[in-house]
Ligand binder design. Structure first.
Ligand SMILES: [Zn+2]
Length: 305
């Protein structure tokens, strides 16, 4: 297989697509697709570096491409359903609108991967390197990103219902408007992350770090923040009904106008927090520390310290 770095156009008359690496035409006009898949699999399995390979639209579903060297490859719109890409080198690869449902990216190197609107439901990304990955409006429902490095990841509008980010590093990630119902985020590091207007209802953030995170307008009904650290976090207008903040650190947090009705806040640390106009009806506040907190306009009397 020869890799054509320049990128000749598909030889099919009237086709605007680029040819695949190692072929004279695009995937649509490829005659023997099984041979192409087999040759590519054997080539990659031999350890060949196919960085920047052109594989847009190719059907590689179910293939075993473990450890494949495909940094900067173009896999736009490719079918990677249930494909094994564990420990693959995919740094900077293009997976825009790829179908990688159920694929295995365990410990893969995926920094700076562009995967806008890609489908990754049920994918395994455990321990993957995903720094600055672009998962904008991607579907990651039920995906497992446990222990992954997602620092500065772009997750705006991503669908991550029931995804797992346990012990993952999402420092300074941007998940504005993301759908994260029932996300499992125990001990995740979300320090400085942006989750503006994100939906994390029924999520589990037990022991997570959210210091300085921007959670403005967050919807976290019934979410669990037990023992989490939200010092200096911004939560104005957040909807936190029945959320659990037992022994949670909320020092200097901005909770202006937050809806904390029925929240469990026993032993919470709210020193210096701003609760102006917050709704606290039915919240359990026994042992919570409000030293220096701003409490103008709240709707219930606080228990004496
Ligand atoms: Zn073509």
């Amino acid at each position: 297989m020869t890799v054509n770095l320049v990128g000749a156009p598909c030889n099919h008359p009237g086709c605007d697509a680029l040819s695949l690496s190692g072929a004279a035409c695009c995937w649509v006009h490829l005659g023997d697709r099984e041979a192409f898949r087999r040759d590519l699999r054997l080539d990659l399995a031999s350890g060949a570096d196919r960085g920047r390979a052109r594989l847009a639209g190719a059907n590689l579903g179910g293939e075993n491409l473990e450890g494949a060297m495909l940094a900067g490859a173009n896999l736009e719109g490719a079918d990677l359903g249930r494909t094994n890409l564990s420990r693959a080198l995919l740094y900077g690869a293009r997976l825009v609108q790829a179908d990688a449902g159920g694929a295995d990216f365990t410990e893969a190197y995926m920094g700076r991967v562009r995967a806008q609107r890609a489908y990754l439901a049920g994918a395994r990304l455990v321990g993957a390197s995903l720094n600055q990955v672009r998962f904008i409006r991607a579907v990651l429902d039920g995906a497992d990103l446990s222990r992954a490095d997602c620092t500065e990841a772009f997750l705006m509008g991503a669908a991550m219902d029931k995804a797992r980010i346990e012990s993952a590093d999402l420092t300074r990630a941007d998940a504005t408007g993301a759908y994260m119902k029932k996300i499992f985020a125990r001990r995740a590091n979300l320090a400085g992350a942006v989750l503006r207007r994100a939906l994390v209802s029924d999520g589990d953030f037990h022991g997570a770090r959210l210091e300085g995170a921007d959670l403005s307008g967050l919807v976290a009904i019934n979410a669990d923040f037990t023992l989490a650290s939200l010092n200096g976090a911004r939560l104005p207008g957040a909807r936190l009904r029945r959320a659990m903040f037992e022994r949670t650190e909320l020092a200097d947090a901005d909770l202006r106008g937050a809806d904390l009705r029925g929240a469990l806040m026993e032993g919470a640390w709210l020193e210096g927090a701003d609760l102006t106009g917050a709704k606290l009806e039915g919240a359990r506040l026994q042992g919570a520390n409000f030293d220096g907190a701003r409490l103008e306009g709240i709707d219930v009397p606080l228990p004496r310290a």
